[in-house]
Design a protein around this ligand. Structure first.
Ligand code: A3P
Length: 299
């Protein structure tokens, strides 16, 4: 599988952090290439649930929500398992967890593009939840995350925007990621959910997800999920905020945080009118055939 590796392309320092596998960039730290290589044959159970995201779209947030829905002791705050242990990444598996040994229902998270997905997911029984977010906010969140947490990324926003729009980042091109999943949605048992929708109506979003998962929570439990999935709560909860896991799980040496602002529209504090216009033009061209609902500018 060495042939599949086209990473570290001697381009710029920013790319030292990346490994390209079958056309998609992954962070090379803690990357489980063997798993990626055998992903097609990954055995899927009917009650598996997969969270799929492009990076910086609310992955950890949704991991927390799913944990709270599924695990009562997580909801009651009496379990000491961290979110990442309850819902492991498929492609980054530093603890070498044997996924086949995990009890059902298994919950997973991944940034993989649609074309790398395990074949068994197309049986339409296992569930997939795709979380997406305004790509301008994704880009700004990604810029800070890369600058603060990755070893060799740029601290220049103009440069980062170029990398983002060329897909020279983990997850490759945002447009390709979302289009791949959306255009093939009929192959999966999939629910799309927007970060902005969760921000605007967390309770409604949790209910929507529960319905999709066939889970019924009491009003009291629903309240607990909503309460514990707020930005402030998660930021201060060591089980949810990944702060202690940065090194062991992601091999990150720097002292940044996954929790930055958690807001809608932070791009307005980063992008000039000209940059915004350029982005909008690309967005309109790339997304013209995708009738997904976008409510980006909502406050
Ligand atoms: P910002 O950098 O804009 O603050 P991911 O988990 O996919 O890496 O996404 C990280 C982004 O989700 C960060 O965005 C982070 O602050 C935001 N986030 C995490 N938990 C959140 C929550 N409970 N509510 C709102 N945003 C949240």
């Amino acid at each position: 599988f060495q042939q599949a590796l086209i990473g570290n392309r001697n381009m710029e320092d920013t790319n030292k952090f990346l490994t390209k596998f079958k056309g998609c960039y992954f962070a090379n730290i803690q990357l489980n290439l063997e798993m990626l290589e055998n992903l097609d044959d990954f055995e899927i159970r009917d009650d598996d649930v997969f969270i799929i995201t492009y990076p910086k779209s609310g992955t950890i947030w949704f991991q927390q929500i799913l944990c709270l829905i599924y695990f009562e002791e997580h909801r009651k705050g009496i379990g000491n398992l961290e979110t990442v242990e309850r819902i492991p990444f498929i492609e980054y598996n530093p603890q070498k967890v044997d996924f086949a040994e995990r009890p059902s229902p298994r919950l997973f998270v991944t940034h993989i593009p649609c074309y790398l997905v395990p074949r068994g997911l197309k049986n339409k029984k296992a569930k997939v939840i795709y979380i997406y977010r305004n790509p301008k906010d994704v880009m700004c969140s990604f810029f800070h995350f890369s600058k603060e947490l990755t070893p060799s990324s740029t601290d220049n926003f103009v440069e980062f925007m170029k990398l983002f729009l060329e897909g020279e980042v983990v997850g490759s091109l945002w447009f390709d990621h979302i289009k791949g999943w959306y255009e093939h949605k009929s192959l999966f048992n999939i629910q799309f959910l927007m970060y902005e929708e969760m921000k605007k109506d967390l309770r409604g979003s949790v209910l929507k997800v529960c319905k999709f998962l066939g889970k019924e929570l009491s009003e009291e439990d629903l309240d607990a999920v909503v309460r514990q999935a707020t930005f402030e709560n998660m930021k201060n909860d060591p089980r949810a905020n990944y702060d202690d896991k940065l090194k062991t799980c992601f091999g990150i040496q720097k002292k940044g945080h996954f929790f930055r602002k958690g807001t809608i529209g932070d791009w307005k504090n980063h992008m000039t009118a000209e940059q915004n216009e350029k982005f909008d033009k690309i967005f309109q061209t790339e997304m013209k055939d995708i009738p997904l609902k976008f409510i980006w500018d909502m406050n």
